[in-house]
Write a protein that binds this ligand. Structure first.
Ligand code: ADP
Ligand code: MG
Length: 723
């Protein structure tokens, strides 16, 4: 199947290149008027002027005003060099890149491209690259001064994701360093040896041929007159620094509290872009809703039957893929039995694991006599603007990452903040007056927090601490955070990395830690893959990591619980969910992903396909990092479980005399998720992939292990268990 994936990708490319230059230009021409009618268009020259005049500029503008799609184009048109635009979410990065490529009139992956984890659609020619914030962070490891970019745009900064916050700090550092280097270079304008000069030219060409600003006229070396020590230091930390100009930073936000960003960047100017917003009438439920999925389904039906379909599409905000797929299923069932005369209803889900062609459907106009119901997470809050929406249904919840050193990391379905709820409502009034239906009471709304808490204050920090260390930030506690995480959380991350052997007892990065930082996965998964080499089960380890990369591979419609349960029993292993997933993958591969088979077994085919994609990418990456990806342990599944423990020893729980499980790290009560193969079973010890909080803490992705293995996996923490 891996080879097949490759073949498909190539065919796709060939097809795309058949579209002629002329076709691209025609599309761009059509979009031109639309571009010029955006509120931001009148601010074009002011924006460019400010960016030229200041190292950092903050841009604030209502969602839909044109920040993301237009500002990078304005800069490109004004002659700025290579630009990176970061997004907190993969889906946003890819779909915005697609839109901007259309507006520019070039094939995606040419002048305009994107790079996200496991997927690179860019080339040497790419001058405008959309990427996730996590990806740019990783890029700093191989290019510490981000030399290839002249401008970095941090988009959606108001969301304050963990990675955006870390990027803010690192970019500030890089900007300072590049300024210093540029000044050093200017002091030493003597030409270097020819050889190096040539290299600089080659380097420079490959990063775009446009006129750039603040760039020294001629290639210069830091050596000649500059203080020797300074340049030596620079060289040792950042490699060759000749030809690096200053870095422009643009921070973009959809909410008004921009002063903090401005202050953080030494009083950077703030540009406000006027928006266009029609009034939105908001409704609340009179009583609290027991089940927001049911409520969302009914609300959508009600809007559809009581208002003409020409009155605009519906956008529903839900917490995640599972929610989205449940509501999609409910809507499809209801839509099948509409009486004659009722227009069709077309559910359009959008989430990361959905194939891109299907994600794109969200933006297409609905066919005649059809109304679209877009089912989204908070990605549609400010990142994506979907045309045609007049009705918004707000479940009032989202999924938030949480972290408690005693429990570990968890994913919680939580009430949104007032500011999120307002953003959601705003989506109904982009093109005309609209309506927002909140599936909660007005009293509940009054109780919501004004703003969300920055992720950095409530997340597991091990991955970013590892990346900071790998990027040369030794004193993580002293890092210039915009919002400082608690000392306790930082310490916990350092301790975890120490237990994972990524740091030594002095807090310095180990060779293994450096290797793990290269890996675009949480350190725990990287450790699992690493451990699999010695254990001889890299193939299985990669399989399971890929399988765990999606929300859920099985589904159980409420009215067919027993049926789906029985059908899925064939995969279930008494070892737990990890082996169950392996069984599923083998069975799925054996039938070649047959659609009918998936239906019979209630297997989520969409997600299985995504798993295969991820596996191809992981295999490539591992091969590049020098692993033998085909090393297999066959039927010896214990080897696989022990590898997982090497990374997940902090996610363990022991069986108590009363039959409950308690987490090893914090003695919290942990319940096996009802969807798990180990639900209702008792085994001396378990480890789990993640915790989900609903009414209690549920462990998902659970496997049974020998308590002794835990001690062996983390002697630094749990050595006492073996005594
Ligand atoms: P902002 O970043 O300020 O929220 P965007 O640059 O994302 O705004 O969007 C600007 C405008 O471009 C939107 O109002 C919308 O009309 C249009 N637009 C953006 N993406 C798409 C798309 N994929 N399909 C159609 N129109 C789009
Ligand atoms: Mg935007």
């Amino acid at each position: 199947p891996d080879n097949k994936g490759d073949a498909l990708a190539t065919t796709g490319k060939t097809k795309q290149s058949k579209q002629s230059k002329q076709d691209y230009r025609v599309v761009a021409q059509k979009l031109r008027a639309q571009r010029e009618s955006l509120p931001i268009f009148s601010a074009r020259s002011a924006i460019v002027k400010q960016v030229r005049a200041h190292p950092t500029v903050i841009v604030v503008g209502e969602t839909g005003s044109g920040k993301t799609t237009q500002i990078p184009q304005y800069l490109l048109e004004s002659g700025f060099g290579t630009i990176a635009v970061t997004q907190p979410r993969r889906v946003a990065a890819t779909s915005i890149a697609k839109r901007v490529a259309e507006e520019v009139g070039t094939p995606l992956g040419g002048r305009v491209g994107y790079t996200i984890r496991f997927e690179d659609c860019s080339s040497e020619r790419t001058q405008l690259r959309f990427c996730t914030d996590g990806l740019l962070l990783r890029e700093i490891l191989s290019d510490p001064l981000l030399r290839r970019y002249e401008v970095v745009v941090l988009d959606e900064a108001h969301e304050r994701t963990l990675r955006t916050d870390i990027l803010l700090g690192m970019l500030k550092d890089i900007q300072r360093e590049r300024k210093r280097v540029a000044e050093l270079n200017q002091q030493a304008p003597e030409a270097e040896e020819e050889e190096e000069e040539e290299e600089w030219h080659r380097d420079h060409r490959s990063h775009g041929t446009h006129v750039t600003f603040d760039e020294p006229e001629a290639p210069v070396a830091a050596e000649a007159e500059a203080p020797a020590v300074a340049s030596a230091v620079v060289d040792s930390v950042h490699g060759d620094v000749t030809g690096v100009g200053e870095l422009k930073i643009i921070v973009m936000s959809a909410t008004l509290d921009a002063e903090r960003f401005a202050a953080y960047f030494d009083a950077a100017p703030i540009l406000y872009v006027a928006g266009r917003q029609f009034p939105v009438t908001t409704y609340y439920t009179t009583t609290p809703q027991a089940d927001y999925l049911d409520a969302a389904h009914l609300a959508a039906l009600q809007i559809h039957t009581e208002t003409p379909s020409t009155s605009g599409d519906i956008l529903v905000f839900l917490s995640g893929q599972e929610d989205i797929e449940s509501v999609e299923r409910l809507l499809r069932e209801s839509a099948g039995s509409f009486p004659a005369g009722v227009p069709a209803l077309l559910p359009c889900p959008i989430f990361a694991a959905l194939p891109q062609a299907q994600q794109a459907l969200v933006f297409d106009a609905a066919p005649e006599f059809t109304r679209k119901v877009i089912l989204a997470t908070n990605i549609a809050e400010t990142s994506l603007t979907i045309p045609g929406i007049r009705h918004v249904i707000d479940s009032g919840v989202h999924k938030a990452r949480g972290f408690d050193p005693r429990v570990g990391e968890s994913l919680l379905v939580e009430p949104v903040s007032k500011s999120s709820a307002r953003q959601r409502a705003g989506r109904a009034g982009r093109e005309a007056p609209g309506f927002c239906y909140r599936l909660y009471t007005e009293a509940d709304y009054a109780q919501l927090a004004e703003d969300g808490v920055p992720e950095i204050k409530r997340c597991r920090l091990s991955m970013v601490v590892l990346q900071l260390k790998a990027a040369g930030v030794d004193d993580v506690m002293g890092f210039d955070f915009m919002d400082r995480p608690s000392k306790k959380a930082l310490k916990h991350a350092l301790l975890e990395l120490f237990a994972l052997d990524a740091l030594d007892d002095q807090g310095a990065l180990t060779p293994l830690g450096r290797w793990m930082a290269e890996f675009p996965l949480e350190p725990a998964y990287a450790k699992v893959v690493y451990a699999s080499q010695a254990a001889g089960c890299t193939r299985e380890a990669i399989d399971v990591v890929a399988l765990l990369s999606v929300d859920s591979l099985f589904y159980a419609p409420a009215d067919k619980r027993d049926e789906s349960n029985a059908a899925q029993a064939v995969f279930r292993s008494s070892d737990g969910d990890h082996v169950t997933l392996l069984n599923l993958l083998r069975a799925y591969t054996a039938v070649n992903g047959d659609a009918e088979w998936c239906k019979e077994h209630f297997v989520n085919r969409r997600n299985m396909k995504h798993v295969l994609d991820v596996r191809v990418q992981l295999n490539r990456l591992c091969a590049r990092l020098g692993l033998d990806t085909q090393r297999s342990c066959g039927a010896d599944v214990d080897a696989v479980l022990r590898c997982f423990l090497a990374g997940f020893f902090h996610n363990c729980a022991l069986l108590q005399p009363d039959g409950s499980y308690r987490s090893l790290s914090g003695s919290q009560a942990v319940h096996v998720h009802p969807g798990s193969a180990l639900f209702g079973k008792k085994t001396p010890a378990i480890f789990y992939d993640q915790l989900v909080f609903t009414n209690k803490l549920h462990a998902r992705g659970v496997s049974a292990v020998d308590p002794l293995w835990i001690a062996q996996a983390a002697p630094k923490l749990y050595g006492r268990l073996s005594k």
